[in-house]
Write a protein that binds this ligand. Structure first.
Ligand code: GAR
Length: 204
């Protein structure tokens, strides 16, 4: 069973979709820890209600939070197989990324490599997609490297947005897809199907 740590910053609907998929037997994994940069994130309350271990992490010397270094030690102790950034809006420090190389994945609410990078999170992404007049959007799951949204792409799903009237409508359509895509990709990891061959991520 794949041991997961899930990083969240707010609402946590992607965390819920992971937990739902586990509870309904579609995903052979267990969420051993939920980590947030915000102590009042609704996603943390959800995790506590599910009796999942929670941590608040901070890069600054915040008294109520642990450092990324201390967190890395906890995750090693817990023998975490995969770290999932599910709406985590802070940059992960480089040494943490290095320590868990190819074991951190992120879900991004657009079709990378477009509409990614610093500041591109949440509704900002959907506003940029809306303003571009793109007819398709979607969700991307990718490995996390030292640069925002630039790690290798693992899987994508797209959605028709040709008839939307607002960025919020794009957000709703994309979120529905995220809730399908993320558990599906984690299950590929659980089955040992995610490989990097000739610089490309393949599922086989
Ligand atoms: C999701 O749409 C996720 O893709 C996005 O934040 C939202 C979190 O929602 N992440 C990013 O924009 C990262 N660049 P949730 O808390 O309900 O899962």
């Amino acid at each position: 069973m794949l041991k997961l740590a899930v990083f969240v910053s707010g609402r946590g609907s992607n965390l819920k979709s992971i937990v739902d998929s586990i509870e309904t037997g579609k995903l052979n994994a267990i969420v051993l820890a939920v980590i947030s940069n915000k102590s009042d994130a609704p996603a943390l309350s959800f995790a506590k209600d599910k009796s999942i271990l929670t941590f608040v992490v901070s890069s600054n010397n915040n008294q109520e939070a642990i450092s990324f270094f201390d967190l890395s030690q906890k995750l090693i102790e817990l023998e975490i197989d995969l770290i999932v950034l599910a709406g985590f809006l802070k940059k992960i420090p480089d040494d943490f990324v290095e320590l868990f190389e190819n074991r951190i994945i992120n879900i991004h609410p657009a079709l990378l490599p477009s509409f990614g990078g610093k500041g591109m999170y949440g509704l900002n992404v959907h506003k940029a997609v809306f303003d571009s007049s793109a007819k398709l959007s979607g969700a991307t799951v990718h490995f996390v490297n030292q640069n925002y949204d630039e790690g290798k792409i693992i899987a994508q799903k797209c959605v028709d947005i040709s008839d939307v009237k607002t960025p919020e409508e794009i957000a709703d359509r994309v979120l529905n897809i995220e809730h399908l895509l993320l558990p599906e990709v984690i299950q590929f990891f659980a089955e040992g199907k995610v490989k990097i061959i000739n610089q490309r991520v393949v599922i086989e």
